[in-house]
Design a protein around this ligand. Structure first.
Ligand code: ADP
Ligand code: MG
Length: 326
């Protein structure tokens, strides 16, 4: 195991803010990971603890089996050689691109070759004499990546690397960075609040909420077997199916369970395991689907239909295999 984290906790403001609570996870060499969570969920805190920019209150971090962090031990950041790419690029404005990329490897005898190799890798050959302000945001982020990779780290952390870029650029850069990281084979951890970015890039995604790790799994497992309704809600809008509603559909719920369906898992006037008369009160065209407000029983549900319902009075249906049970 490249990195093992055991029950890591971190508080701020004398315990008023619990930024991380009992987080345990493992990272394997050569894999691409994503940490996914909303703002304030503890993503940056976790990255800073791994990098050694911060010490934990409790718990332990091992790198290649060696203890590097605990409440009493702390290997300083510069001795961990873990790469870090920040959201705001954090390039040195007064240094040209060559000097920025070579910044951490000034002691290496073959520094010039490594810098050239890195600039080639990130597709910025010939940009060495430029200054950061002469590059676009996406190019600056690639320089930041080159600088981190120049150290040949075993692990690289990228904290929201795309969030300062607009969406078309974001997807191009995401593809490009993914290609670069796969080429180098370095274990990487992408930190993001964007579920699509996480799913697109990562072998495994770790979901953080309020400082707690809810699930670490492949994108497929996260989608098919979400550990909590919150995890499922990151990828789709959900409709909670109350016991009363399920009974109206003719389904017998277990009282201690909670049941959900994804909004697009309802059908209108199609053969289905369970169905009920319903009234479409409003439809909105959303491009990929029609959002419909549907009154059924004494509830109104938000449903995504692939086609516009032909009539307002429909048979609303769903399949038992699509039911998410918690
Ligand atoms: P994220 O990166 O997911 O947005 P952070 O790790 O930055 O989350 O923050 C987690 C929580 O810890 C937040 O409530 C944040 O306000 C708090 N926090 C982070 N850093 C500090 C700090 N240096 N002092 C006090 N509170 C902090
Ligand atoms: Mg953050």
């Amino acid at each position: 195991m490249l990195l093992t984290i055991n029950k890591l906790s971190k508080q701020y403001d004398r315990g008023k803010v619990k930024a991380l609570i009992d987080v345990s996870l493992q990272l394997k060499a050569g894999k691409v990971y994503a940490i996914l969570g909303e703002s304030g969920s503890g993503k940056t805190t976790l990255a800073r603890l791994i990098a050694g920019l911060e010490s934990p209150d409790q718990g332990k971090i091992y790198l290649n089996g060696k203890l590097i962090s605990s409440d009493s031990q702390h290997l300083p950041a510069e001795k961990r050689s873990i790469g870090f790419v920040f959201q705001n690029y954090a390039l040195f404005p007064h240094l040209n691109i060559t000097k920025n990329v070579g910044y951490g490897i000034s002691d290496l005898p073959n520094k010039t070759e490594v810098v050239d190799e890195m600039l080639r890798l990130v597709n910025l050959e010939g940009y060495g004499n430029r200054y950061p302000h002469e590059l676009s945001g996406g190019q600056q982020q690639r320089v930041a990546l080159a600088r981190a990779l120049a150290l040949k780290p075993p692990l690289i952390l990228l904290d929201e690397p795309f969030s300062n870029l607009d969406s078309s650029l974001r997807i191009d850069l995401r593809t490009e960075i993914f290609r670069i990281l796969q080429q180098t084979g370095v274990c990487s951890v992408f930190i993001t609040h964007n579920a699509e970015d996480a799913m697109a890039i990562a072998d495994e995604v770790m979901i953080l909420k309020d400082g707690q790790l809810l699930q670490q799994a492949s994108p497929e497992i996260l989608y098919q077997q979400p550990a909590t309704p919150y995890v499922a809600s990151l990828f789709d809008t959900l409709v909670e199916m109350s016991a009363i509603l399920l009974e109206q559909f003719g389904f017998a719920p277990v009282p201690t369970n909670r049941y959900y369906l994804r909004s697009h898992h309802f059908s209108s006037n199609q053969p289905s395991d369970y169905n009920l008369n319903a009234l479409v009160t409003q439809t909105t065209f959303m491009g990929q689907y029609y959002h419909a407000e549907v009154a059924v029983g004494d509830q109104t549900l938000g449903i995504h239909f692939s086609e516009k319902p032909a009539e307002n009075h429909i048979k609303l249906g769903w399949q038992e295999s699509d039911l998410l049970i918690f």
